[in-house]
Write a protein that binds this ligand. Sequence first.
Ligand SMILES: N[C@@H](CCC(=O)N[C@@H](CS)C(=O)NCC(=O)O)C(=O)O
Length: 232
Amino acid sequence: MIKLYSFGPGFNVTDPSPYVLKVDAYMRMANIAYENIPNVDNLKESPKGKLPFITDGDTAIADSQFIIAYLQKKYQVELDFGLSAEQKGVAYLMGKALDEDLYWCLVYSRWEKNDTWPLVKKAFFGSMPFPLKFFVPIVARKGMLNALQKQGLGRHSNEEINIIADKTFSALSEVLADKKYFFADTPCTFDATAFGFLSQFINVSLNNEMNDLARRYSNLVSYCNNIQEKYY
Ligand SMILES: N[C@@H](CCC(=O)N[C@@H](CS)C(=O)NCC(=O)O)C(=O)O
């Protein structure tokens, strides 16, 4: 059986990582049986030092995009069957916007913002033994803030970062409009990505400015709730 190595539930969602939740949702949408192995220590076993990764027998695959490509090929998943070539191209690029841009807004909203950081610290490091629970979060936060600077988003003001996140929420809301899924009557690969990311803003038990921005789009809220209800 396929094993999905994840962090485990956090902030009231199945996984606080959008990439893990993307793969988890994908396998549910594609009706692929799997076992979820939740443990932050999975990071130490991961071929690329990040989560998610999966194992299928003796094969280990890391990174959500390669996991999905592997599953698509090996299990002949046809979630994107009904999409035109143009829709497939647009869906791919939209997925990249979430993976490579919205992700950093999420990192900023959780790790940089002083109103949310204490909750992140408690959720991610609260169960660590003394004295690790004191210095590991400090080192981890420093690393994330450094990554935000290097990536570039961390150099913008709070207001500018909220504008960047809101532009993505607004664009997603426009594309979704009153449809149930983004491109067809049934979910496609992009829906797994969209749910994996949007849930991190909408369905989580966090209430920062960015959560408020996302929750203003009622069609995105219904979208997440419908997928949550149907597949979880
Ligand atoms: N490109 C990767 C990104 C995975 C990723 O960044 N995972 C983060 C959690 S959201 C992680 O494992 N971070 C732990 C670390 O960097 O130490 C994917 O699509 O799977």
